[in-house]
Design a protein around this ligand. Structure first.
Ligand code: ADP
Ligand code: MG
Length: 603
């Protein structure tokens, strides 16, 4: 179904509706569009600048942005910042960071998302984020003088399903039609024009240093496909730490209260030092000073941490430094002259690209992706890639991968399964994410049961399980019995997801335990085979007792005993050997039964 939209200013019918791009940041947020006339990406609000991602709530009334920022100091308990850190998170995940948040975070139910207490009411992070998004909507609508609804919203590359889902929900709650959730580094690349040429094949790094978070991503871009080779960073490191370091220094040097007011002074000094060698100001009847040199000494250890992450990211991407064609600078803190200096010092051979305003790069890139989705650029198709494999549990707890890691999304994959018992009427489908051979070492995403399978002998039903991974990285699983058409499906919605450390940890373990996993897998396969064969022998003996003489029965008894022992000791070799002996023993009987059946037919 398509809709026609009419431009209220010009009265013209727009062929393709405008789709906007949103950078929902931890510190600042921004909304942008590709101008239909100039074809250039631009910010669509009256100020032209970012909106602080801060929400102040008083008497049930929410204020957002600069208007809310002024309450950070006077009413910290009613003023929420950095809500993005809580989005899609469980209490368990943020437990250790509680002291970071001056507002009260509640744990109502361990399995549910956290709640924040503001102005004696409770809000969840999705609601609080939606207030910011609603404000962006209002700004864009007054700038464009018309209603806006379709958007693309960016998230960090390491955001998991739950965090992406929560972002999408916040968008919906704000009244948007969220067409797609895209990765921030992918959006940033687009704003720098990287990836817009369908013939391009290159590797780049996106270094994103914001207010409270840092991440660096290594991307391989080939024919419009953005593959995130690796991402590394620190979710508690950013420009705020520069302010804090200076604030601590001043507070000690001049015996000043180390509070929010001094913090704001420190941020001012930090920005001024990009232009000047020295900063001097009057503060509470004292002259406070800082030189560039002294400031460098304070922030260098912080910047060095980001550079270490950078090296790890390159290593994890399994590329060499020389393969990187450029480093794109993104995030407000890359405006600090010292950050550029240190990156250039560390990577003297790689081109540093700071040609796009780092405050706006992500939002402008989101607008470009939005424009492509709106159908305004038919030469391009942007695809992302899934970071971990998706599969389901099969006999013996083995992981059967349907969508391997690094598959381009959207993607659909199907495979046929059957029942293992006669007359089995239901099949439980357990969906997992991860790289290990055993599902118990992977992450459980969800389960459902395909029920109502009509009674049939084991192995006869044909059950097709399909995985659909959409362009946002969200999974839908369907199971269908092909003979009868009975079907069932679920949208996988984990309540809380993986941290970026989890993802890294799971990938590392898949390498570390690869041998171990292979051993376990071969044992389980041998064990499954043994069980299957024993069942078959049991069935044959029940139906054809006349072929089992005392000698065979004794041999069988001994074999069964040995098989049990091998199963118990998890001795794969022995087990396979015994299964072969069992088959050998039964083979002549099988032949006799075949002959009997044939005779019946001939008669
Ligand atoms: P986020 O992505 O976390 O929302 P931003 O990319 O908007 O954050 O970055 C905000 C940070 O950038 C703040 O710490 C702010 O002090 C810093 N910043 C903004 N302008 C400058 C500047 N000119 N020089 C140095 N730091 C700056
Ligand atoms: Mg950002």
């Amino acid at each position: 179904m398509s809709k026609i939209s009419i431009n209220l200013n010009s009265g013209e019918i727009d062929k393709n509706p405008i789709v906007l791009g949103i950078d929902l940041g931890t510190t600042n947020s921004l909304i942008a569009q590709v101008n239909p006339k100039t074809k250039e990406a631009e910010v669509v609000n009256l100020s032209g600048g970012s909106t602080p991602s801060i929400v102040h709530i008083e008497n049930g009334q929410a204020t957002v942005g600069l208007d809310a920022k002024k309450y950070l100091i006077s009413q910290p308990e009613n003023t929420v910042f950095s809500i993005k850190r809580l989005l899609g998170r469980s209490f368990k995940e943020i437990y250790n960071y509680q002291s970071y948040f001056p507002y009260q975070i509640l744990d109502n139910d361990e399995k549910d998302l956290v709640q924040v207490k503001v102005d004696s009411s409770y809000y969840n992070p999705v609601q609080l984020s939606s207030f910011i998004l609603k404000d962006l909507k209002r700004q864009a609508e007054s700038y464009l003088n018309g209603e806006v609804s379709k958007v693309v919203i960016t998230v960090p590359a390491y955001f998991n399903d739950a965090q992406r889902q929560a972002t999408r929900d916040a968008g919906r709650l704000a009244g948007f039609d969220v067409l797609r959730i895209i990765n921030e580094p992918t959006a940033a690349s687009l704003s720098f024009g990287v990836g817009l040429d369908p013939n391009e094949n290159t590797c780049i790094a996106v270094y994103d240093l914001g207010g409270g978070t840092f991440d660096v991503s290594i991307l391989h871009i080939n024919q419009g496909i953005f593959e995130i080779l690796s991402t590394h960073g620190n979710t508690f490191l950013g420009g705020d730490d520069f302010d804090k370091a200076l604030c601590d220094f001043w507070s000690k040097t001049y015996s000043l209260a180390n509070d929010g007011r001094l913090r704001l002074q420190a941020e001012k000094a930090k920005i001024a030092l990009n232009q000047e060698e020295n900063y001097t100001s009057e503060y509470q009847e004292k002259i406070i000073k800082i030189s560039r040199k002294a400031f460098n000494r304070l922030v260098d250890p912080i910047i060095e941490k980001t550079l270490k992450s950078f090296s790890v990211a390159i290593k994890n991407a399994e590329i060499s430094e020389s393969e990187l064609s450029q480093i794109l600078l993104v995030g407000g803190s890359t405006k600090s002259y010292r950050v550029k200096e240190k990156i250039a010092e560390k990577f003297p051979k790689i081109q540093i690209n700071d040609t796009i305003n780092p405050d706006k790069a992500v939002a402008l890139g989101a607008a470009i992706e939005a424009d492509i989705l709106a159908g305004n650029r038919t030469d391009l198709l942007l695809l992302d890639i899934t970071p971990l494999s998706l599969g389901l549990e099969t006999l013996g707890g083995l992981m059967d991968v349907l969508i391997p890691r690094n598959s381009k999304i959207p993607i659909k994959s199907s495979r046929q399964y059957t029942t293992s018992k006669d007359g089995q009427s239901g099949l439980e489908i357990n969906v997992f994410q991860g790289e290990r051979d055993l599902v118990s070492n992977n992450r459980h995403l969800g389960s459902f049961t395909l029920s109502g399978i009509p009674a049939m002998p084991a192995g006869i039903p044909k059950i097709e399980v399909s995985f659909f991974l959409d362009a946002n990285g969200l999974l839908q699983v369907q199971a269908k019995e092909l003979r009868t058409g009975v079907e069932q499906n679920i949208h996988i919605k984990p309540r809380y997801g993986l941290t970026e450390e989890d993802i890294q940890h799971m990938l590392n373990n898949s390498i570390k335990f690869a041998n171990n996993d292979v051993e376990q897998r071969s044992f389980i396969e041998a064990d499954n085979e043994a069980k299957l064969n024993l069942n078959t022998v049991e069935k044959i003996r029940n139906q054809n007792p006349e072929f089992f003489d005392a000698q065979i029965n004794t041999s069988l008894k001994h074999l069964l005993k040995s098989i049990k022992q091998a199963q118990h000791k998890k001795d794969t070799h022995k087990l396979l050997d015994l299964v072969e002996q069992l088959n050998h023993l039964i083979e002549p009987i099988g032949n006799k039964i075949m002959a009997k059946e044939l005779k019946k037919k001939v008669k």
